[in-house]
Design a protein around this ligand. Structure first.
Ligand code: SF4
Length: 505
């Protein structure tokens, strides 16, 4: 079988995709992949818009820019021509090469000419590539000065994303082939903050990227995280089922311990009688989504209970704080100007509403509790909002007030409560657990990635299209709040529909 060239995403994801691409070339990308591509295209366009343009009149420092068609047949040739011509800024560059017999290719979003004539590769990513940190310093350069200015010291720390590092590694290999690699292995990444390119030492990624290039192609599928969004799942799943592959039950590396013991199928794991894990495997085989670790289950109880859920768009900001009080769903939402004062104002309204409910409960001598499911997102956005907007937007609390709330017994994470009493063969996410508690979402097939895409439409489209996306997001968020409440009530009632772990199934 003649395999295609490896791309950076092949190096971090499932290598079996490379086999399936050749076997089933007619399989088209899934909508989620198209949406991801659309989000990347939006991000890339935002960066391209910010890049400097050549001056109308020739300036003291010559500056030229060429935008290549990276899909064009001659894209690689055009890249080499642009490098040879010494263009200051090259966008859409393509490199291909061979590393110890393995063929690869990469799209370098930008190449920025250094004063010595070499080029720095720059990638545009939808990741958050750096976060502000007053105690740390790294180098960054304003996107609007790429090819013209020098890097500055900025107070931030880099967040590593392997795929971005591998993209830079391959681009650097391409530049080496073209005789235009810099002496230092410096590249840059533009992340969700489209105004800054943060400098990265590519050398730290090179050994792992080279190892990944040389890793042998697998001969059979194994279920991994990205299977859920992979177009080849309809062909891989039957292969996995026919083999009773243990990864169907324990995906990714989770089955490694058992593989080391010679256990490769779920039935072998059940038959091995290894205690809890064999029981959970048997439950999985019997399609039982959740088991009780204890005979009695419970959940915190308050006179006044509010379930909340936040929706955010990537790392750019939180646009929706939804609250369910057992009777009414109250959304605090904004559809534009994320990251601006409007985001702080929206949160301030939510916070004032929550405090008013708390004060009212107190006045009536009632206890008050707020619930969420897996509090990381809510905690992150409450703290981030306080940090960004306290003192600038009226009504936004300071960080200390948020921290006091998070550490108080008024703030309850139902995921932690569930995890202490239950175990789920497919995990204990709200989507797994709430149906066992009898709850079903109005928007049944709406997952995290769909909500990102819906927000993009809700915030950029107009008329009916925008309205439909907005009501979809509100329905999804409202149901997440109601699902959290359903799990709580179910646990209080003893979660009887969940068998007890260890009992014969
Ligand atoms: S479905 Fe999973 S195993 Fe198959 S190619 Fe896709 S990611 Fe790989």
């Amino acid at each position: 079988m003649q395999l295609e060239r490896l791309t950076p995403s092949d190096l971090v994801g499932c290598r079996y995709r490379q086999i399936q691409r050749v076997r089933y070339p007619e399989t088209s990308p899934l909508p989620a992949t198209m949406q991801r591509r659309a989000r990347r295209a939006v991000g890339l366009a935002e960066v391209l818009d910010r890049l400097p343009e050549p001056p109308k009149k020739r300036g003291r420092i010559p500056f030229t820019r060429i935008d290549l068609d990276s899909d064009g047949e001659l894209a690689e040739f055009d890249t080499l021509e642009a490098i040879a011509a010494g263009e200051s800024l090259i966008t859409g560059a393509i490199f291909t090469g061979t590393y110890e017999g393995v063929q690869w290719e990469v799209l370098a979003d930008l190449l920025v000419r250094n004063p010595d004539g070499s080029y720095m590769p720059v990638m545009v990513s939808n990741h958050r590539v750096a976060r502000p940190d007053p105690h740390k310093t790294m180098r960054g350069i304003s996107v609007s000065r790429l090819g013209m200015g020098q890097p500055l010291a900025v107070n931030a720390t880099l967040r590593h994303h392997t795929i971005d590092g591998y993209r830079l590694t391959l681009a650097l290999m391409g530049l080496e082939e073209a005789g235009a690699a810099p002496d230092t292995s410096v590249g840059a990444v533009v992340g969700q903050d489209r105004d800054w390119a943060y400098l990265v030492d590519i050398a730290r990624y090179a050994p792992a990227a080279h190892r990944a290039l040389l890793a042998p192609a697998p001969t059979a599928p194994r279920r991994v995280k990205e299977c859920s969004t992979c177009r080849f799942w309809p062909t891989c799943e039957p292969e996995l089922q026919a083999a009773d592959e243990i990864s169907l039950f324990l995906s990714g590396d989770r089955a490694e311990t058992y593989r080391d013991k010679g256990i490769h199928t779920t039935q072998e794991l059940i038959d091995a009688n290894l205690g809890e894990i064999s029981h959970i495997a048997a439950a999985w085989r019997a399609d039982i989504p959740v088991l009780r670790k204890t005979a009695q289950t419970t959940a915190p109880r308050f006179d006044v209970e509010i379930d909340v859920d936040v929706e955010a768009y990537l790392d750019l900001g939180a646009y929706l704080w939804g609250a369910w009080d057992g009777e009414t769903y109250t959304p605090f939402v904004m559809w534009s100007d994320l990251g601006e004062a409007a985001e702080g104002e929206n949160f301030a309204q939510f916070w004032a509403w929550l405090k008013a409910r708390r004060d009212k409960a107190r006045q009536h001598g009632q206890t008050f509790g707020v619930f969420c499911y897996a509090s990381n997102g809510e905690n992150h956005w409450m703290l981030s909002t306080a940090r960004r907007f306290y003192g600038k937007v009226r009504g936004v609390p300071d960080e200390q007030e948020i921290r006091s709330f998070i550490s108080s017994d008024q703030w309850n994470d139902m995921f932690a409560v569930a995890r202490s009493q239950l175990v789920g063969p497919g995990g204990l996410g709200l989507k797994q657990l709430a149906p066992a508690a009898g709850f079903h979402w109005e928007e049944e097939d709406f997952a995290g990635e769909d909500s990102l895409h819906a927000y993009l439409i809700a915030s950029t489209a107009v008329g009916e299209e925008a309205e439909a996306a907005r009501s979809q997001l509100l329905s999804y968020n409202g149901d997440d709040c109601r699902a959290t409440a359903a799990v709580r009530h179910w646990l209080r009632q003893g979660a009887r529909s969940a068998p007890i772990l260890g009992d014969a199934l």
